[in-house]
Design a protein around this ligand. Structure first.
Ligand code: MN
Length: 426
């Protein structure tokens, strides 16, 4: 299914007038307060978030999985689904592939399809957290950290294969997330596991093309429940520094223990020029993979406040790879992704409204109350008309969820693909 330009225009017809009224009112107010509304809208239009190829079907838990029907069963269909989201939101202009779930059979055809939908290939993700059919070695006791050299070599080679696949598609980054760790005290020697991981990453890093980045993701627990080899940003940063200038830390919002101060982590990594990428989701208890902004929207805003500060003040930090990393157990995956994109844009827009100069002055004057007023003043602004305007300017729809529903996208997908399709992924 492909969204036609006419459908976009049709969908905007009924809400164009009220959008314009809301936008003019807000733009007028913001301009009076010294904001460059045009610049903010253009930043929002430029902001693109990669959609993971594994998030287009129903997620599941170890207890069960409930299909949404019409799920994409091939990489082509996954890219078509992202095309639908991108046509409506104009914010999802990239896909992040997970290998070996999504190895293209025909590279030229896949590239052509993505090009036609204006979708780029973002970071490619390796997978050493499960065994593949016919694999010589097992990852049951770890991959890059394993005590067995043959297992480590297999995992290193897999990562190099992933780089080569990504290179053919135009990707510029490899994301490494390890499930390696231990379930019981005494199972692993922490130092050996860490050193093996470092040595393996260095071997992978050697195969990285010059214009590529390696993104090292961390996670405190799960699937191992006593220790994880790359458990936090400090471990990730040490490993990245041990590899070289092209290796960075990747922050996944769900990969923190409850109440971690993620905005501070993000801030310091940018200061050190070592924040490489971002995985968006939300959580209540652990790595819950919930819709972005559905539980802690203020925390998301505070994170974006630091990101915006870093983008403006830390030239030592590269452009970030933005990606959603979520799973949808009870929602239509495409609707969930649209809601996530909306929440990301909202947090970004609010962060762009923070008066950085006034905040600095208030900090210098030790006016703590004023500092909070400045942040919360930006946070309490209803920025949705700005996001609507950014979407409209880029050729998208004013209200993506209602357009998705009135176009009956899921119904069309079921008609095209049938009910019993299953997307690969988690
Ligand atoms: Mn992640």
């Amino acid at each position: 299914m492909k969204i036609q330009e006419q459908q976009v225009l049709e969908s905007n017809k009924s809400s164009l007038k009220s959008h314009k009224e809301n936008f003019d009112f807000l733009a007028n107010k913001l301009s009076k307060n010294g904001h460059d509304v045009k610049a903010i809208v253009s930043k929002l239009s430029d902001f693109q978030v990669a959609i993971p190829s594994w998030a287009l079907g129903a997620g599941g838990t170890r207890f069960g999985r409930f299909s949404f029907y019409g799920e994409p069963s091939t990489l082509e269909q996954k890219i078509e689904d992202i095309g639908v989201i991108h046509s409506l939101t104009q914010t999802a202009g990239a896909v992040s592939l997970h290998i070996p779930w999504d190895i293209p059979s025909d590279y030229a055809a896949i590239k052509e399809k993505a090009d036609a939908l204006n979708i780029k290939f973002d970071a490619v993700n390796s997978n050493t957290f499960q065994d593949q059919p016919g694999a010589a070695e097992t990852y049951k006791y770890g991959s890059l950290s394993n005590l067995d050299k043959a297992v480590r070599e297999q995992a290193i080679q897999h990562n190099i294969d992933v780089i080569n696949i990504g290179d053919k598609l135009g990707s510029k980054a490899l994301t490494v997330w390890l499930a390696d760790g231990s379930c019981f005290p005494g199972q692993n020697n922490f130092q050996t596991a860490f050193q093996n991981t470092q040595d393996s990453l260095i071997d992978i890093y050697k195969a990285l093309p010059d214009d590529w980045k390696m993104l090292v993701e961390y996670k405190p627990y799960e699937p191992n429940f006593y220790s994880t080899v790359i458990q936090d940003w400090g471990a990730s940063l040490m490993l990245a520094n041990g590899c070289g200038d092209k290796a960075y830390t990747l922050v996944d919002l769900g990969h923190h223990l409850p109440n971690s101060n993620i905005e501070q982590i993000v801030s310091i990594l940018q200061l050190k020029g070592k924040l490489g990428g971002f995985h968006f989701n939300d959580s209540k208890y652990g790595d819950d993979d919930l819709t972005v902004g559905s539980i802690k929207p203020y925390a998301l805003f505070l994170i974006f406040n630091e990101l915006v500060y870093g983008m403006q003040n830390n030239p030592q930090n590269p452009d970030l790879a933005w990606m959603i990393d979520a799973s949808h157990n009870v929602k239509d995956p495409l609707e969930d992704l649209i809601q996530s994109l909306e929440a990301i844009q909202e947090a970004y827009a609010k962060a762009l409204l923070v008066d950085q100069k006034a905040l600095k002055d208030a900090q210098l004057a030790h006016d703590v109350v004023k500092c909070q007023e400045i942040l919360q003043g930006a946070y309490r602004t209803d920025v949705r008309p700005l996001i609507e305007k950014a979407r409209l300017d880029a050729g998208g729809v004013i209200n993506p969820i209602s357009a998705y529903r009135s176009l009956d996208v899921r119904g069309q997908l079921i008609k095209e693909r049938g009910k019993n399709t299953v997307a690969t992924g988690l």
